[in-house]
Design a binder for this molecule. Structure first.
Ligand code: SF4
Length: 462
């Protein structure tokens, strides 16, 4: 199951065989498999929860099977032309519905308009359960009549009774900063009453800082709070060559930032608390399946915060991981020994972003910032290296030479094919064609060579 925050209270939940969209308001979302059915849930009629244009977006994405689960407070006369031809289930409070893929939908009464949803479904053999509150919340307001606030709290607690004691893979709950000191009342009570593996604060009106405030005030939930705004895929498993888990973490950002072909250092942030929350969520998915993990960030491992480094050690030890792969720029060459000492309980494999052994190409065109020419010196502290192919000026002989030198000087190499990005360095179709036709077949089965035709081929990033 994969959960993507869309905007405000909008989420996309993808299971093995379906998509579930909750409270679409605005912004695009990644429905990429048009063969899967899409179930669109609308909790109530407020315009920040009900935007029927979502069905038009799904049509543009060539989705064929769509069902709307529309709260009863939206009357059929308020359905729009975008909903024509869509099967609609009008959802009443405190009811159960079975969708045509077998998913079970349970509705709760709301303290505002409409309903909240509990959806239970099969995810490739794994039972899943998610809760989306809509506007079901403890809407206590400062200055409101005390009796009204008391009634609100009582109603909120009563309406949640059906889910008490339940386990959820994920809960999506309002944290509305307009409530001031009372904004955590609803989420706090819910988390006391249910067991949630992940909690996504929502409805915070573009003020994501409330997530950090919540995390600071309730450290007991530190491991389950998700930084809703983070939309990156941060965890994947590489099953074929050198099987391993791979995690994309967030650091303070590349200190070098001069490589002419690179614009992916934007996945970074100066707020260590936010980075740590994102990293903790990513690392919580690690299972230790292969005892082997690759940990990357947009930059070098030395740009991860101290708490994240400690968490990596802890998580890897818990999951019986024996080998950790990190990446670093050459400018950190003299810190690698210390890092190996710090991770003495693990076998550390250090990967260098080398791109090419051709000094002139690497330094005059790519501005890689590696002053050495001698392959033996360059590889001294590194076990693995990245190479970049598919740029104008590269020849078949040159690429072959890089691969052979790479295999002679490193344990493993990873070939990245240049992809279009916002930099002035463009992929060259002619060079890529040469690589794919003449070189790729020779190395595609080589256990020591990873080849990434697209930069998301490892399953992380965006
Ligand atoms: S390729 Fe790596 S070292 Fe170079 S600018 Fe990008 S993140 Fe920094």
């Amino acid at each position: 199951m994969k959960i993507t925050y869309i905007y405000h209270s909008g989420f996309l939940v993808e299971s093995a065989d379906a998509y579930y969209i909750f409270d679409y308001y605005r912004a695009d979302f990644p429905v990429t498999d048009a063969d899967k059915p899409v179930y669109v849930f609308v909790s109530h009629r407020h315009p920040d929860h009900y935007n029927p244009y979502v069905f038009e977006i799904l049509r543009e994405k060539k989705v064929r099977r769509m069902t709307g689960i529309i709260s009863y407070d939206i009357k059929p006369r308020n359905y729009t032309s975008h909903m024509e031809g869509v099967e609609i289930i009008a959802a009443e409070p405190d009811k159960e519905y079975t969708l045509d893929n077998g998913a079970l939908v349970r509705t709760l009464r709301s303290t505002d308009k409409g309903v909240a949803y509990v959806v239970t479904f099969d995810d490739g053999g794994v039972p899943r359960s998610v809760y989306h509150a809509g506007d079901l919340n403890d809407w206590v307001w400062e200055g409101e009549d005390e009796r009204v606030n008391k009634w609100m709290t009582g109603s909120y607690r009563k309406y949640l009774t059906p889910v008490e004691g339940m386990h959820f893979d994920a809960v999506m709950v309002p944290v509305d900063s307009r409530q001031g000191d009372d904004m955590f009342r609803g989420i706090e009570y819910l988390l006391e009453k249910v067991k949630a593996d992940a909690v996504y604060p929502m409805h915070y009106w573009d003020k994501p800082e409330v997530i950090m405030q919540f995390a600071g005030k309730y450290p007991q939930y530190a491991d389950i709070i998700r930084y809703t705004e983070d939309r990156m895929d941060r965890y994947s498993v590489i099953e074929d060559k050198n099987p391993r888990e791979i995690v994309l973490l967030r650091g303070s950002g590349c200190v070098y930032k001069k490589c002419t072909f690179c614009d992916y250092y934007s996945d970074s942030g100066k707020d260590e608390d936010v980075n740590y929350m994102i990293n903790r969520a990513a690392l919580s998915q690690v299972t230790g399946k292969y005892g082997n993990i690759e940990i990357i960030n947009s930059g070098s491992v030395f740009e991860l915060d101290k708490r994240t480094i400690e968490l990596i050690k802890k998580r890897c030890a818990e999951c019986m991981i024996h080998t950790i792969h990190f990446e670093a720029h050459y400018l950190y060459n003299n810190r690698i020994e210390d890092l190996r000492r710090e991770f003495a309980d693990f076998e550390l494999k250090m990967k260098l972003g080398l791109e090419s052994f051709d000094y002139d190409f690497r330094e005059k065109i790519l501005h890689k910032g590696i002053p050495e020419k001698d392959p033996e010196v360059i590889s001294r502290n590194f076990d693995e290296a990245n190479f970049l192919f598919g740029i104008r000026g590269q020849t078949e002989d040159g690429m072959r030479k890089d691969i052979e030198l790479g295999l002679a000087n490193f344990e493993r190499i990873c070939i990245n094919i240049m992809c279009a990005n916002s930099t002035g360095i463009k992929p060259c179709k002619r060079v890529i064609k040469k690589f794919v036709r003449n070189i790729y077949p020779e190395y595609k089965d080589n256990e020591r060579v990873d080849i990434l035709i697209n930069n998301t081929d490892f399953g992380v990033g965006d």
